[in-house]
Ligand binder design. Structure first.
Ligand SMILES: O=c1ccn([C@H]2C[C@H](O)[C@@H](CO)O2)c(=O)[nH]1
Ligand SMILES: [Zn+2]
Length: 136
């Protein structure tokens, strides 16, 4: 049997490995994210930058889009890591994308390579989010 703790450890490991794949010639700030589906498949991603800076994609969105593009839309947990002094903080765009694809109470673990951790949820990260239900 795999415990929640073991799953979290695996997500942290895979998010950390993603730091090596980050394409960050501009910021030199690698970020890794790892997401597990309800059926236990892990999708991980890194940030991918562009010379046209605004086209850069964050690690969180890379992981979520990888999963969605494989037909997955039901998720259990997301882990994000970076070389920050405290736990990393996802940008507004990623918080909005989390709201689109993850349940409000889904756990999100923000961490860093020192092992600092902040456990939160999708709804705590973006209270009052704009959602499809708002378009009546
Ligand atoms: O949670 C975060 C915060 C930042 N970045 C990326 C965007 C950009 O490539 C670099 C600097 O902002 O870090 C992420 O991928 N996730
Ligand atoms: Zn982001």
């Amino acid at each position: 049997m795999t415990t929640n703790k073991q799953v979290t450890q695996q997500l942290i490991k895979e998010a950390t490995e993603m730091l090596e794949n980050a394409y960050v010639p501009y910021s030199k700030f690698p970020v890794g994210a790892s997401l597990i589906t309800d059926d236990g498949i892990i999708y991980s991603g890194c940030n991918i930058e562009n010379a046209s800076y605004g086209l850069s994609n964050c690690a969180e969105r890379t992981a979520i889009f990888k999963a969605v593009s494989e037909g997955k839309k039901s998720f259990k947990q997301l882990v994000v890591t970076g070389r920050t002094t405290g736990p990393i903080s996802p940008c507004g765009a990623c918080r909005q994308v989390m709201v689109e694809f993850c349940e409000p109470d889904m756990p999100v673990l923000l961490t860093n390579t020192n092992g600092d951790k902040y456990e939160t949820t999708v709804k705590e990260l973006l209270p009052g989010a704009f959602q499809s239900e708002d378009m009546v």
